[in-house]
Design a protein around this ligand. Structure first.
Ligand code: TYM
Length: 334
């Protein structure tokens, strides 16, 4: 508990342009939950360098991501939005937790397997221990809840296991976090191959809707989304393309799949795809307008960056000091 509220932690990588998957699976829920919890949202730039990055691009993307969090509706006066690399406790706790995480656990992580297959020339130790840094992110703030998309569930399970293991040895040091997976939008698929997750790193730009795509581009991508040759709007696993578009529509409008089936009964795919596009455009418009405005306000964003790094450090340090003491590091002399 912080300030009488339960704690929420989540983060996103500043790698590539954010997609509608990131929005529907995470960002949208962050905003919805932000009044109820004491919130920490990291721009997790330290995770980004597990894949080789161009420094200037990473710096720019990290800043854009911070602005996008605010543009999506997070209030940086309330929610603590900060750069992970500005809070050194993340790296320090990650080191300690590395010593309580097994190689076998890390080698089972599907994201590690996928990323090492994709970047076979750079299978570095950071890529392997990536989930430990993620566990440190969450545990430093004693988070009760972690809103993420379905693809992060395995990492969250590992976080819980490591925290539990640590607590079993040293007493109740860490809060055991729960994942929060939204009712709709937890797993948005590629528009070009609905058996694959919509991803920032997809090389085909038509596979993803980016949060800063203009309305024409969004409409075009929705119209061209791959579907089957039938024409009935049915929420069925046998129709992955339409299933995905229904998921997107539900995530944008708050409707239920059965309601959508009724709404589009007998109206065909063409009309449905238009409606999906329009719902996405309507949802992203205010975010895009705020984003453009905030980009102009350098002093405001700089203030957020500075204040929140200090705020996050204060909370994180309390946990780190406790952990250091528990494992037997000598006390500091004051
Ligand atoms: P990242 O940056 O890949 O994704 C950010 C968030 O977006 C969700 N997401 C999706 N949700 C639905 N459909 C999709 N197609 C889709 N693609 C991405 C992700 O589940 C995630 O919630 N390891 C994390 C970042 C991280 C983190 C943390 C998250 C670092 N430390 C601590 C939570 C807590 C990642 O790479 O997310």
């Amino acid at each position: 508990m912080i300030n009488g509220k339960k704690v929420l932690f989540s983060g996103m990588q500043a790698t590539g342009n954010l997609t509608l998957g990131n929005y529907a699976g995470a960002l949208k829920n962050w905003v919805a939950l932000s009044d109820e919890y004491e919130c920490y949202y990291g721009v997790v730039d330290m995770h980004s360098i597990t894949i080789r990055q161009d420094p200037a691009t990473l710096r720019q993307r990290a800043r854009n991501l911070m602005i996008l969090y605010i543009a999506a509706g997070l209030d940086p006066e309330k929610a603590c939005i900060y750069y992970q690399s500005h809070v050194s406790a993340h790296a320090e706790l990650a080191w300690i937790l590395n010593c309580y995480t097994y190689m076998g656990e890390l080698s089972r992580m599907t994201q590690f397997k996928d990323k090492s297959a994709k970047h076979a020339d750079n299978i570095n130790a950071g890529l392997f221990t990536y989930p430990v840094l993620m566990a440190a992110d969450i545990l430093l703030y004693q988070a009760d809840v972690v809103p993420v998309g379905a693809d992060q569930m395995q990492h969250l399970e590992l976080t819980r296991d490591v925290a539990q293991r640590f607590n079993n040895i040293y007493g109740d040091v860490f809060t055991i976090p729960e994942a929060y997976i939204g009712k709709s939008g937890a797993r948005i698929m590629s528009l070009q191959d609905p058996t694959k997750k919509m991803s920032k790193s997809d090389e085909n730009p038509n596979a993803s809707i980016y949060l800063l795509d203009d309305p024409d581009t969004i409409m075009r991508k929705c119209k061209r989304a791959v579907t089957d040759s039938d024409s009935q709007v049915l929420y069925s696993e046998d129709k992955p393309g339409i299933h995905n578009l229904i998921d997107i529509y539900c995530a944008m409008t708050g409707k239920q799949p059965a309601e959508v089936e009724r709404e589009f009964d007998g109206r065909g795919y063409g009309e449905f795809k238009m409606a999906v596009g329009e719902a996405v455009v309507a949802q992203l418009k205010p975010l895009q307008e705020r984003y453009a405005q905030l980009q102009k306000d350098k002093a405001y964003i700089d203030g957020v960056i500075k204040n929140n790094a200090e705020r996050a450090s204060r909370t994180a340090m309390k946990t780190l000091r406790k952990v250091q003491r528990k494992v037997g590091f000598p006390d500091r002399i004051r």
